[in-house]
Design a protein around this ligand. Structure first.
Ligand code: PLP
Length: 407
């Protein structure tokens, strides 16, 4: 699984305080190697861009850069962070959403690939910035995600260009002198079914076939986004990456041959798959209330990990040193919102103040979605590297809160 479990959770809590994000460097490497090697076995021109929004800790970005991975960035500051971590421009792709002119003008120092969210985005970009390679994010009319909030394709999704209109975007770009193109989609996150990936790639390739035939060129890359899911609960399926890669590569190569695309790069932009299971959250019980039911309160909250409050997401939770689940509890954070609940009506061992809890699989969309709501400091992050524990971001202090105010 990962090497966090071999560490003394109590010592980590004592040394670094709680709540605390703990990552496993080895698990990140294992996840990346598995995905890369499996896809490259079936299609050698596969390239992986880690989705920075999933976990943007600079040290983790540096690890991805050292492993030869690219970066998928969703804002100009993510591009700058990726540059800071050492990624070269040719391994960075920027995909915004309702991008502003100023978003594009902050990219002018770089030569990153730009993936446009709409045809109107093209005009805003073209007024200030002319990258060498562009693509449009296609909404293929279908989407699928683990929750509604992470379904990013289909007629209700706010992302991308409807496929019926996308041709016009490419024609416009060609008219303005652009010659090098890719094509992109991202239709949902946390998918566990291999056949869904093949189905949606087939759809994208048919859309691409039509577009590139009409504009008389071929895409340099086809970016199929991320969305590779992980199990969050014991009875969740594990995504069969071998089958996914095989099915995707088969349909991809078949359509490349049919439309005369040659061998474009197949880009993947995974976030969750690469870091999700590599992060745990350690939190401490601060209060136990026997009200209409058992309420267990901890020193983490929706400001630390918002996924349960935002999507109803579940994270397996363990009590350090106790394993007989006798209480039916609501597990709550300290934030002043009734939705600040990690889990409702779950069975856990009886706990008392000071007990430590471990929430699993928080490495993706955990810390990156943390906030200062209720003026709570964002937690520290540590990484386990072989047998060593390294602080990779300190806990925020009150002085950090005052830093940005004008006197
Ligand atoms: C454009 C884009 N690429 C990649 C990702 C990463 O998705 P995941 O973490 O499901 O792999 C996202 C997530 O929302 C995204 O919006």
């Amino acid at each position: 699984m990962n090497n966090i479990q071999h560490h003394d959770i109590k010592k980590l809590a004592l040394d670094y305080g709680t709540p605390l994000y703990v990552y496993s460097k080895q698990s990140i490497e294992d996840n990346y190697t598995k995905l890369r090697d499996t896809f490259m076995k079936y299609y050698p021109h596969t390239r992986i861009h880690f989705s920075v929004k999933a976990n943007s800790n600079l040290h983790i970005l540096k690890q991805f850069n050292d492993m030869g991975c690219g970066a998928d960035c969703s804002s100009p500051y993510e591009v700058m962070l990726a540059k800071h971590a050492g990624f070269s421009d040719d391994r960075i792709i920027y995909t915004g959403n309702y991008e502003s002119v100023s978003d594009f003008s902050s990219l002018t120092d770089y030569k990153v690939k730009v993936n446009l969210d709409d045809i109107t985005s093209f005009s805003r970009m073209h007024s200030v910035y002319n990258p060498e390679v562009i693509s449009f994010r296609i909404n293929p009319g279908i989407g699928k995600g683990g929750y509604e909030g992470i379904t990013t394709g289909g007629t209700d999704a706010k992302f991308g260009v409807p496929y019926e209109k996308a041709l016009y975007g490419y024609q416009l770009a060609k008219e303005k002198g652009y010659k090098r193109f890719g094509i992109h989609m991202m239709t949902g996150s946390n998918n566990l079914e291999p056949y869904y990936f093949a189905q949606v790639v087939e759809k994208l390739m048919m859309i691409a076939g039509n577009i590139f035939d009409k504009i008389g060129s071929a895409p340099e890359y086809v970016d199929i986004g991320g969305g590779f899911g992980i199990p969050y609960e014991d009875d969740d399926e594990v995504l069969d990456i071998e089958l996914t890669a095989k099915l995707v590569a088969e349909v991809f190569e078949e359509k490349c041959a049919k439309y005369g695309f040659g061998k474009p790069s197949l880009l993947l932009e995974p976030g969750r798959y690469l870091v999700g299971n590599a992060g745990w959250l350690i939190t401490k019980v601060t209060g136990v209330k026997h009200s209409y039911k058992h309420f267990v309160g901890v020193d983490a909250g929706m400001s630390t990990l918002i996924r349960p409050a935002l999507y109803g997401a579940k994270h397996r939770t363990y009590v350090y040193g106790k394993d007989v689940p006798e209480w039916n509890v609501n597990l709550c954070g300290q934030i002043c919102e009734n939705s600040d609940i990690f889990a409702k009506n779950v069975f856990m061992p009886p706990v008392s103040e000071g007990d430590l809890l471990i929430l699993r699989d928080v490495g993706a969309y955990g810390f990156t979605m943390a906030s200062n709501y209720n003026n709570r400091p964002r937690p520290a992050e540590v990484i386990i590297d072989n047998d060593n524990v390294r602080l990779i971001r300190r806990r925020e202090k009150f002085e950090d809160f005052l830093r940005l105010y004008e006197s």
